[in-house]
Design a protein around this ligand. Sequence first.
Ligand code: SAH
Length: 436
Amino acid sequence: MDDFPTYPSGLRLADRRVVVVGGGHVAQRRVPQLIAVGADVHLVSPEVTPAIEGLVGSGEVTWHERGFEDADLDETWYCIAATDDTAVNEQVSAAAEARRVFCVRADDGTKATAWTPATGRHDGVTVAVLCNREPQRSARIRDEILEEMREGTIAAPKQRERTAGVVLVGGGPGDPELISIAGRKALMDADVVVADRLAPRELLGDLGPDVELVDVAKLPRGRSAMQEEINRVIVERALAGKRVVRFKGGDNFVFGRGYEEILACREAGVPVTVIPGLTSPVAVPAAAGIPVTHRGVAHEFTVISGHIPPGHADSLTNWPAVAQLGGTLVLMMAVENAPRIAEALLAGGRSADTPVGVVCDGTMPGERTVLATLETLEARLAEEQVKPPAIIVVGDVVAVAHPAAFRGRVAGEGRTGAPSSGGRVAGEGRTGVSRP
Ligand code: SAH
């Protein structure tokens, strides 16, 4: 066309007809973005990818299952020619030109009347980057800008809308990379961060100097006294107009007393939102290469807190019933009571050679896995001097992950005569595994 630069503009396409011609991978990338901005998306193509078919099935796209006709662009605001047939794309371009509809060309940008920038959103800001038909460079620049926004290097803090309140943020199992983008953003936006011992601590190093950090590990001892103090602190700071992040390991609702904090906030009229975290009973075994379910092996997993031993008056767990389950058990806060729990499971009928994998300091630099059976668990924990935090996985999935250590335990596994030092599995790279 010409050598002029493009004129950037943010199109507001909600409820406006947008036509995508072609049903392949280019369309598959563009259509969700159009749906996200509320466009009335019409897709013209004799065939579509399964992913697009899914969007058609859920009613988010209207599919015209045939070849392109010029009249498809009547009453249209915007169109994308995304077929792999140059002649068809040419026809779409011409029909668009005649109707003064801006048209993107997937095959040849020089013939298009509009270009799609590399885009991303963060914190209510849309970033759109257009280099001169160098899509990879655009994408890289877009990524760098978004990354810096997430890190807070680009933040324009004075312009940001900041509403006071409490955000419960789940920090994931320990590795600072495993927090969600939303969680990270809430941290960067906080005026006050109330952090637990198990919350990924490295992330606290990124907080600005003016952010108040309340370390829960340093609050008065005793479970209820401490919780009351936390409730008091978050409510008081929020009422003073601050943005408070309650920062925990894993997910705040999984043995995290998160809902007690929600109730305290509600009672005080403080707005509170929740950002879920990757919870350790699922994430820690996963990182250590132990699947909590496996086809043909375990069709259920049951997560239990072991902080109260079986038989204790305060116990809410029906241990005899748990012992009857055939699937995976994931025990948390259970290092101290593990011998009593193993005893209860054996008494209830689980077999003595049931595989057990204890993952200590999951996703953190010192991560290691101690293998045992229900019978040897107590001795193995003592031998290996296992200390919390640890996740204890009980069941045949442990043998799936470590076939050489539990030979013959799972049908078809562990009988290959592999040397007992073999059997590397996903996640084992940083894990010291010690055999039962
Ligand atoms: N809210 C947290 C759990 C808090 S209870 C979550 O959703 O994950 C604390 C227990 O979680 C610990 O005793 C331990 O059993 C488990 N845990 C948490 N992080 C862990 C980690 N990185 N490695 C092993 N176990 C972990």
